[in-house]
Design a protein around this ligand. Structure first.
Ligand code: 5AD
Ligand code: SF4
Length: 445
């Protein structure tokens, strides 16, 4: 059944979070370095990497159905299949047993070893690697050579927080920070390769810590201040933050570093203190709101984004209403909301009071309506503002372009521009998910 020739073409399919997008790009660079070419759009690839996500729902089932589809589509010449990402980490052995079509299982901390695994798979040997060697991966990856205008840069991985619903501490392991010097040089390479904006990524990005070139200990704000000195880098963002790792320095940076965009993704998950405690979040709704006040004092126009879970075990109607109240109080510019999904091996999966699916569905709808109201209000309040837009793609209409405002809103406009330009736009009309802009000034030099 299995492909046993060395693959000539590959495709990486990434699911889930931005860190998987980053890992997917790095795997693609690594494979290209081995002389394997990206499969042209619409053509079958000899090697398919499924870069999976385990955070919610029946993630593993989805992987099996994807594998089934690939095998069927391949007919008598099925592709070499690698399962990567967090499902690989969590359920690697089971995948190997249940899916003989899979040649490789590789965890998120081991994908730098893909080349050896592919060579083995080409000899007909199956291989699993879910080791977690701290930091070895990045050193073994090839340098960055191409970049979109907006690039991701993983600075921190793993999580020590152990929220009771979450698999991340198990699939991504303990918190590690990549060294300062490596990050500065990767950022410089990304900028040389075309990046104008870099988003620093980490499961708890604001827990990043390191030593700067002078040997002084630095936090995320120190890293941001250093990266801001790269001349052609125009914008810096970071995600995802945890309320408990916010420092005075990070808040101050929002008022002092022009290149740091006025946007903060700070998940709260629930507006009920009892639920937050059961989630092991170790912050309250009030402490979260106070933190936002401090960010707003430093940068009054900062756009706030968050994550929410509805239907955590034991969540009552009144507790859910606390979440709705918090959403109205914050006025989110953007937020993600999810139905609680019991993850195998996490403490919450065994808690009493699992909430029925219909109740979760109904709560999710109400929460999403509240978030959408806030988002529309935020966009409407932006009308009339002049701002820069980083152009990232063509729009559907001729002469139309799409890009992002400093507040991460999607803005479309007509006129002369190109992908990667940073143009000056007046925001003219607001919808729930995007704004129409008027081009004031074409590209920055
Ligand atoms: N069920 C639902 N949502 C979850 N998240 C994490 N674990 C779960 C789960 N078991 C959500 C949280 C987190 C985001 C990345 O995913 O809101 O912030
Ligand atoms: Fe998961 Fe909580 Fe860590 Fe975020 S902080 S990755 S939700 S355990």
């Amino acid at each position: 059944m299995r492909q046993t020739a060395f693959p000539k073409t590959f495709r990486v399919k990434s699911f889930g979070c931005q860190m998987n997008v980053y890992d997917g790009e790095r795997m693609a660079e690594l494979l290209a370095d081995q002389g394997i070419a990206p499969a042209p759009e619409g053509e079958d690839a000899d090697l398919v990497v499924l870069n999976t996500c385990h955070i919610r729902e029946k993630a593993a089932e989805k992987v099996y159905s994807d594998i089934g589809r690939l095998v069927k589509a391949g007919g008598d010449k099925p592709p070499m299949i690698a399962v990567a990402g967090c499902v690989a980490q969590a359920e690697g052995e089971e995948i190997m047993t249940r899916a003989p079509a899979v040649g490789m299982v590789v965890g998120p901390q081991a994908y730098h070893r893909l080349p050896e695994m592919i060579a083995r798979a080409a000899r007909g040997e199956r291989a699993t690697d879910t080791d977690m060697p701290a930091d070895a991966k990045f050193a073994a990856l090839p340098a960055r050579r191409r970049s979109a205008p907006s690039a991701f840069l993983t600075v921190q991985e793993g999580c020590d927080k152990f929220c009771t619903y979450c698999v991340v501490p198990y699939t991504r392991g303990a918190e590690i920070s990549r060294p300062f010097g490596d990050l500065v040089s990767e950022a410089e390479k990304l900028v040389e390769a075309g990046a104008r904006e870099i988003t620093l990524l980490g499961q708890n990005v604001n827990a990043w810590q390191g030593e700067d070139d002078a040997g002084c200990s630095a936090g995320l704000d120190g890293l941001i201040r250093t990266l801001a000195r790269i001349p052609d880098l125009q914008r810096i963002r970071y995600t995802t933050s945890h309320p408990n790792d916010v420092t005075d320095g990070l808040i101050a940076a929002h008022g002092e570093v022009d290149k740091l965009m006025p946007y903060l993704h700070l998940p709260v998950q629930s507006g009920s203190d009892r639920v937050l405690k059961a989630m092991n979040r170790s912050h309250t709704a009030e402490s979260y709101l106070k933190l936002l006040d401090r960010f707003r004092a430093a940068r009054p126009d900062i756009a706030i984004s968050g994550d929410f879970i509805v239907g955590f075990p034991g969540e009552t109607e009144a507790e859910f209403e606390d979440t709705l109240r918090l959403v109205d109080a914050v006025g989110y510019a953007h937020a993600f909301s999810f139905k609680y999904s019991p993850r195998p091996g996490t403490p919450a999966a065994g808690m009493d009071g699992q909430v029925p699916r219909e109740v979760m569905d109904e709560r999710l709808q109400r929460l999403q309506a509240a978030i959408a109201r806030g988002q529309l209000a935020f966009n409407q309040a932006s009308v009339g503002k002049r701002c820069t837009v980083l152009v990232d793609r063509r729009g559907k209409l001729p002469g139309q372009w799409l890009g992002k405002s400093p507040w991460l809103q999607s803005v479309f406009f007509k006129g002369e521009a190109a992908i990667g330009d940073l143009v000056e736009v007046e925001l003219a009309e607001a919808g729930p998910n995007s704004l129409a802009g008027r081009l004031l000034q074409p590209a920055h030099a």
